[in-house]
Write a protein that binds this ligand. Structure first.
Ligand code: C2O
Ligand code: CU
Length: 403
């Protein structure tokens, strides 16, 4: 109902200005309501969210894209596809229903390799309609002090930050309590999450993992643009536990009096999400897809505007000369991703979430692995599937933004 009043209403004012980095040094960039990251938006599943972007001084214009949220096409915020960039002095209203609970983020989708890197971003969390404490999600029987924190990783001019600060995050938790850490990777490359203590991945890209198990001596990799909700238990003996988020920062969880636990070495072994958790039926049949596409990432030598280069290609062409994938509403789509480019690419589909069927021909054997941002490494192939249930023009791109 387009006339339905909003449950959550936010105004975000974009400015070109100096960003203060507590614990670090200020850089020239962009802010929303005076800070970067912008304010965290919290909504409840089913809420109608209305955000007004006001561009006060971003000279190149700006938009807001709701990364990972399956919004109506008109609210997708992609300059040149679903709207024009909002010029200085202009405003744009985004309205969407928060149908899927989970951890998401928002960012400008105009000159994104400049504007996102320099601060036009923030977190958005959609809480489940039936708010289950994080403790339950982690399989803990301890219902005390369950907390839910965001750890948004961003690199500002070489400075690694969590939630905009160049330092560790401290989270107060009672002994034995489980904390849900919502890791958001808004950086340009893959990041690693690990701890000396066991932890669990309870959601990927906003979608719950079925029956997650304890992870030990392994790291979890989060692609650029991706999220991992991690359940960490505060030690029962009143000490603190350290969750590393990227090489430089940690979230330290436990009693506020407890001393910081030492840093743990990054494990060389990586958790394979293809085989993590327990299988569960999918909501659609992937065995007889309506459309099957190849999406081959490679490189090609060429000259653009007189400058030679080795350019990224999709199916042999460069944007905007890549033929569109056409689907009908309701189609089950299977896509074969292949990376022949020699470099990793975090592939991000707008407006839909995809389920991973197989990697290098090996079928998924764990929980349904549902993503909107998927790292495809050189030489790898992935088979993914989704239901094209959201009409419109959607981009499907690499989230290493300079690419
Ligand atoms: Cu987070 Cu098209 O992007
Ligand atoms: Cu790329």
């Amino acid at each position: 109902d387009p006339d339905r009043p909003a449950d959550v209403r936010v105004e975000l004012v974009a400015r070109q200005q100096t960003i203060d980095i507590p614990g670090g040094h200020a850089i020239e960039g962009y802010t929303l309501n005076g800070s970067s990251p912008g304010p965290e938006i919290r909504a409840r599943q089913g809420d109608l969210v209305e955000v007004t972007l006001v561009n006060e001084s971003v000279a190149d214009g700006a938009t807001l894209h709701w990364h990972g949220i399956d919004v109506p096409n008109a609210a997708d915020g992609v300059a040149g596809i679903t709207q024009d960039a909002v010029a200085v002095g202009g405003r744009h209203v985004y309205r969407f229903e928060a149908t899927d609970a989970g951890t998401y983020w928002y960012h400008s989708h105009q000159l994104s390799h400049v504007q996102v890197e320099r601060g036009l971003l923030g977190a958005i969390v959609i809480e489940p309609a039936s708010a289950e404490p994080a403790a339950n999600a982690a399989g803990s029987t301890d219902a005390t002090g369950a907390a839910d924190v965001t750890a948004l990783l961003h690199v500002y001019g070489g400075q690694h930050t969590l939630n905009g600060r160049a330092g560790d995050e401290r989270v107060e938790a009672a002994p034995g309590a489980t904390v849900r850490v919502r890791v958001i990777n808004s950086d340009q490359g893959t990041t690693a999450v690990w701890s000396a203590a066991p932890f669990r991945v309870v959601a990927t890209d906003g979608h719950d993992v079925n029956e997650p198990t304890d992870i030990e001596d392994r790291r979890v990799l989060v692609p650029a643009g991706g999220r991992a909700d991690v359940a960490v238990r505060a030690p029962a003996n009143g000490e603190a536990v350290r969750l590393h988020v990227g090489g430089a920062r940690s979230v330290v969880i436990g009693d506020s009096e407890a001393s910081d636990p030492p840093a743990a070495r990054q494990p060389s072994e990586t958790l394979d999400l293809l085989a993590y958790g327990a299988p569960a039926p999918l909501s659609f049949d992937t065995t007889a897809p309506d459309r099957v596409f190849d999406y081959v990432i490679a490189r090609r030598f060429g000259i653009i505007d007189g400058r030679p280069g080795n350019f990224w290609t999709i199916n042999g062409r460069m944007f905007p000369d890549v033929p569109m994938f056409h689907v009908r509403e309701g189609d089950v789509v299977v896509m074969h991703l292949r990376n022949d480019s020699g470099d990793v690419h975090p592939m991000h589909l707008h407006g839909h979430h995809v389920v991973v069927l197989a990697r290098d021909g090996v079928a998924a054997s764990g929980s349904p692995w549902i993503v909107d941002s998927l790292d495809v490494h050189p030489g790898e192939t992935y088979d993914i599937a989704f239901v094209a249930d959201n009409p419109g023009i959607w981009s499907d791109h690499c989230h290493t933004l300079p690419h």
